[in-house]
Design a protein around this ligand. Structure first.
Ligand code: SAH
Length: 219
């Protein structure tokens, strides 16, 4: 249940995010609307609106609200645009993207997280096309996407994802090894040459993006 106490805590969180440099009104509005406590284990409920990451099932984490806001803002998308998320996890980031007015697709490789997020997103009324499978492959049948957001640390750029970007689209991806901080990159198709332009957006820490799964294709 979403109470006025939760709503008040979210307003406080919005102020914290603004102080940390989040300026996109659509992103702030989305975070003010998504009941983050519903995506956490109930023992963490009282901490749900602090700006910290938390463990979820299957040794994964729900990203820190600042990180969710930062990646969402970095997409630079307007309402109605199409976005693909890699690493559904709890489903929280996907819900924020829906509240931003985006058409959302999301892939998760762990079955219990896929099931958990599907259930909670449906319960809260968030309409997301979810796929159980390997995020490295994207979803060619729904491409192109105006933006792709990867919420796990990638050791290299997944080329299939680049190929699924629309001409103006960008890939927001934390690049680097899992035990260190990663560099958040924005990768866009170049307007002046064949190939891509990369921009460094800052330093973050994510759980690893993993390969080699036996998930089947589920789609
Ligand atoms: N966006 C999530 C946070 C995800 S943590 C949220 O808002 O809660 C990173 C997630 O990426 C984990 O759930 C992990 O299982 C998933 N993941 C890692 N490698 C993946 C891959 N190759 N394809 C799809 N999902 C992957």
């Amino acid at each position: 249940m979403d109470t006025t106490k939760h709503q008040g805590q979210r307003q406080h969180l919005i102020e914290v995010l603004k102080e940390k440099g989040i300026f996109d009104a659509n992103v702030l509005h989305a975070i003010a609307n998504v009941p983050r406590h519903e995506f956490l284990d109930s023992s963490f409920e009282e901490f749900a609106y602090r700006d910290v990451a938390f463990p979820i099932r299957a040794k994964q984490t729900i990203s820190q609200p600042y990180t969710v806001a930062f990646q969402s803002q970095s997409l630079g998308l307007s309402r109605g645009a199409k976005v693909l998320e890699i690493g559904t996890g709890s489903g929280y980031q996907a819900a924020v993207l829906v509240e931003m007015g985006l058409k959302v697709f999301s892939i998760e490789r762990q079955k219990d997280l896929f099931d958990f997020s599907k259930n909670i997103l449906m319960k809260l009324g968030y309409n997301i096309t979810q796929k159980f499978g390997d995020g490295y492959k994207g979803i060619p049948s729904y491409a192109p996407f105006d933006g792709i957001i990867v919420t796990a640390a990638a050791p290299d750029v997944p080329t299939d994802l680049l190929e699924q970007l629309s001409p103006d689209g960008s890939l927001i991806i934390p690049m680097g090894e899992p035990d260190n901080d990663q560099v958040m990159k924005r990768i866009k198709k170049s307007t002046i040459s064949e190939g891509y332009e990369e921009e460094d957006l800052g330093s973050f820490r994510f759980v690893p993006m993993l390969k080699d799964i036996d998930s089947g294709d589920g789609f």
